[in-house]
Design a protein around this ligand. Structure first.
Ligand code: SAH
Ligand code: SF4
Length: 347
């Protein structure tokens, strides 16, 4: 089997060139073709000598996944189903706004955490993705956006959120490597990158030490210990107290504000008392809360609260001094919204 170029930095690629008897600067050229021009074949790297291209192609391949399906919704959101080398598949989402082109990537095929309201969790866990498989999703989404004539903002992805399938901090090395490739090789600013975690405490401490300017989002969903355990059965080793402590450390070390995500489930975690408990838990932290009204998927019995309940929850948090935003729902018609990705064809 051939080695894969996607996942290598310009410096790594320079070494590959040197090892093959070429000049080191060829590495920067190859990186440009892969990460900026988005080519899928070594043959297309026009400024490399033909003989080098041939030699390179005999041992390496770019390593982009194939697109099995593209679904597009009316709200300028689209979803790609990508097939990986070993036959596993993952989903990635592109979202176009007037001022940005945002891409949501998966970090695992399936997810081992198994949150009770999440379609990915319901599918079980297959494996971690490699860094190249994560960056490849950004390139695939960018290309699809350009092809569909959807993308503005130079047709380039401007923001990347690690909020697709899987728990990024349980696949730490590949996630971090992908962050660096997206930042340095694709040229997307650190501040435009967000990692969302279900609250894997050792990962939060570790990420803090990297001192990156990215945004950390922590999915809480409950401010009550017993309820949190019920909703997030795969992460019970860490209490809410542990999670908040890790976030406090993260804020102190990085100087960055943390986002807390809260999926609102009808009559489960949406009462006035729930809002008050949440505000009390987060008191004094440099943070804001992002409310995500539940997105339904087949076979799941949870419901989205009424608009009035959502508004009331939000108002109560604000009254208690918490900054709140509400996630605009995008891509629901094609099951591309938060928690609806499952890496399969929609049946
Ligand atoms: N595993 C990470 C990142 C992926 S999930 C995490 O859980 O944070 C991205 C966000 O979508 C999380 O906040 C998650 O809790 C939320 N989510 C999951 N299922 C959902 C659903 N059915 N409706 C709305 N949001 C959901
Ligand atoms: Fe995994 Fe996140 Fe879904 Fe929970 S919400 S099952 S952690 S992807």
């Amino acid at each position: 089997m051939k080695n894969i170029l996607l996942s290598m930095t310009a410096a790594d690629l320079g070494q590959v060139a040197l090892d093959m008897g070429e000049k080191e600067f060829r590495g920067r050229q190859i990186a440009h073709w892969i990460y900026r021009a988005g080519v899928k074949e070594i043959e297309q790297m026009a400024n490399l000598p033909a003989l080098f291209r041939k030699k390179l192609a005999s041992r390496y391949t770019v390593g982009r996944a194939s697109i099995l399906n593209l679904s597009q919704s009316k709200d300028r959101t689209f979803k790609l189903l990508l097939q990986l080398d070993d036959g596993e598949s993952v989903e990635s989402v592109g979202m176009l706004y007037s001022d940005r082109f945002s891409c949501c990537v998966s970090t695992q095929a399936g997810c081992p955490v198994g949150c009770v309201f999440c379609a990915t969790g319901a599918e079980g866990y297959q494996r971690n993705l490699a860094a190249g498989e994560i960056v490849g999703q950004v390139l695939a989404v960018q290309e699809a956006g350009q092809k569909e004539g959807l993308a503005e903002v130079n047709g380039r992805v401007s923001h990347v959120v690690f909020m697709g399938m899987g728990e990024p901090l349980l696949n730490y090395e590949a996630t971090l490597k992908a962050v660096h490739l997206i930042n340095s090789e694709m040229g997307i600013g650190m501040r435009n990158i967000t990692i969302s975690t279900i609250g894997y405490v050792p990962g939060i401490f570790r990420l803090a030490e990297e001192r990156l300017q990215l945004t950390l989002a922590v999915s809480l969903h409950a401010a009550d210990e017993a309820l949190r355990r019920k909703l997030v059965p795969g992460m019970t080793r860490y209490s809410l107290k542990d999670i908040i402590q890790a976030c406090r450390d993260y804020i102190k070390t990085t100087g960055r504000r943390v986002t807390f995500e809260y999926c609102l489930l009808n009559r489960v975690n949406d009462s006035r008392e729930d809002a008050e408990r949440l505000a009390a838990l987060l008191k004094g932290l440099n943070c804001h809360v992002n409310l995500i009204p539940y997105n339904p998927f087949p076979g799941n019995a949870y419901k989205k609260p009424e608009k009035a309940t959502i508004d009331e929850f939000r108002r109560r948090l604000e009254e208690m001094g918490i900054n709140v935003t509400q996630r605009a729902q995008k891509g629901a018609g094609i099951r591309a919204a938060c928690g609806q990705l499952r890496g399969q064809h929609n049946l």
